[in-house]
Design a protein around this ligand. Structure first.
Ligand SMILES: O=C(O)c1cc(=O)[nH]c(=O)n1[C@@H]1O[C@H](COP(=O)(O)O)[C@@H](O)[C@H]1O
Length: 274
């Protein structure tokens, strides 16, 4: 999906919601456990209940890898089931020497080489340019680079001064020379609102993937006020607060209600920028 297509989806659906498919087999509603693939059955019901309210889905790969080969199969089926009008993110946080990143890129971007057909993958910037560029070699595919993450440990390295900049600022400034906003997003945690204006100034056109509303307590209104652009420019992720709103027969209905509440607030915020 291109930048302008993603932007168009945001205004059409009045939503910049990304639903994190962090599907934990230990948290599935009991009635799904008799299904041949309970993880896929759960994801399918969540997608059916929410696809008109969300512009993106982000399966976190850890939840699938932890299930071994069955998990990869559930992931592939889930990806195939996501409608074409939704952007897809492999939240894998990859990055290695170029030779190895090349294979990671194939794994998520190249179905002709037995890989998956995601639109984007999350990448850690720590190993530098040659660890990131193999992902950018795929035309039309996106790198979502970790800049300032939502967790407490983000202070350990990302907030440290390197010269007169914090490390996350250096990541943003440098990575912007590697790719255009058509292929490069940054991850900025919703828990980091104090830094949002500064980040938006440094990366005025880049989409920001913002996890951390819901279970981690980030504030959607503040994130939106400081991060939205005339093109949208935000994908705000929620995972657990949507997926596990109920563990009963009504789980999909309750998930929809959570997604709807976020989408309603997003529509309100989008009205301010037009
Ligand atoms: O890259 C991410 O998506 C990510 C970056 C970050 O800084 N913080 C963060 O929580 N995430 C991911 O976003 C999701 C957040 O899930 P919930 O806290 O359940 O909404 C998880 O899949 C995390 O791995």
């Amino acid at each position: 999906m291109t930048y302008s297509e993603l932007s168009a989806q945001i205004f059409q659906k009045q939503s910049y919601l990304c639903i994190g498919l962090d599907t934990d087999p230990r948290k599935l509603p009991r009635h799904l456990l008799t299904e041949s693939d309970p993880v896929f059955a759960f994801n399918k019901a969540i997608i059916d209940a929410t696809h008109d309210l969300t512009v993106a889905y982000k399966p976190n790969i850890a939840f699938y890898e932890a299930q071994g080969p069955r998990g990869w199969e559930s992931l592939q089926k889930t990806l195939d089931y996501i409608p074409n009008d939704c952007f897809t993110i492999a939240d894998a946080k990859r990055g290695d020497i170029g030779n190895t990143s090349d294979l990671y890129a194939r794994a998520f971007f190249d179905p002709t080489a037995a890989g998956l057909a995601f639109d984007s993958v999350t990448v850690a910037p720590y190993m530098g340019r040659d660890s990131v560029t193999p992902f950018l070699a795929y035309e039309g595919k996106w790198v979502i680079l970790l800049a300032l993450t939502s967790n407490i440990g983000s202070a350990d390295f990302q907030r440290q001064l390197v010269g007169d900049q914090e490390l996350f600022e250096m990541v943003i400034e440098t990575a912007r020379t590697w790719a255009s906003p058509d292929q490069l997003m940054f991850v900025v945690g919703a828990t980091q609102v104090d830094e949002f204006s500064r980040i938006r100034e440094m990366a005025p056109d880049n989409f920001l993937l913002v996890p951390g509303v819901g279970a981690q307590g980030g504030n959607l209104e503040e994130v939106s006020r400081l991060g939205l652009t005339a093109k949208g420019g935000l994908l705000v992720n929620a995972s657990r607060s949507i997926l596990y709103a109920s563990d009963g027969l009504d789980f999909a209905e309750k998930a929809r209600a959570e997604a709807k509440a976020l989408q309603t607030e997003m529509a309100r915020q989008l009205a301010h920028i037009r």
